[in-house]
Write a protein that binds this ligand. Structure first.
Ligand code: TYD
Length: 133
């Protein structure tokens, strides 16, 4: 089991009209949300990077995707196939997004503004940064 991420079952209210799920800052999410972005019309694998500082809450509002998470030694795959689940990533982990089904829509709540300097886009570089620095 790798450390640095949690699969969250969100609070979900279901009634005759449908379902409503939510997360709140200060409860599930312990970081300020400074950016929200979303991925859709996806037709190739995405991700393949790590973040040095950025924290994220990722959920799949529609459809299904696999998130591969890797700490530089071990790798786990988490399937986000329901809008009431999310992944909280609070440590630098290599991530890949793959296995897209049913036209997924991925929403990311992120702790910081977009900053290319926070990205590590090579797996070898990620391992070097993590274990040799
Ligand atoms: P990238 O992070 O490479 O996408 P993914 O990891 O999901 O495959 O981002 C794709 C492009 O979009 C890249 O040029 C950076 C840009 N971008 C922004 O300008 N702002 C953002 O908030 C994000 C997430 C990406």
């Amino acid at each position: 089991m790798i450390k640095g991420y949690k699969l969250i079952q969100t609070t979900t209210i279901k009634d005759a009209r449908g379902s409503l799920s939510f997360v709140e800052v200060g409860k599930i999410i312990k970081f300020p949300i400074n950016r929200v972005y979303w991925l859709y019309d996806i037709n190739q694998d995405r991700g393949a990077h790590a973040h040095k500082e950025l924290k994220q809450f990722i959920f799949c509002a529609r459809g299904s995707v696999d998130l591969i998470l890797d700490d530089g030694k071990n790798r786990e795959t988490v399937t986000l196939d329901s809008a009431d689940k999310g992944i909280l990533i609070e440590k630098p982990l290599w991530r890949e997004i793959t296995n897209f089904k049913n036209n997924p829509s991925i929403i990311v709540l992120a702790s910081d503004l977009y900053d290319e300097k926070d990205y590590i886009r090579s797996y070898e570089e990620f391992k070097k940064w993590k274990f040799n620095s």
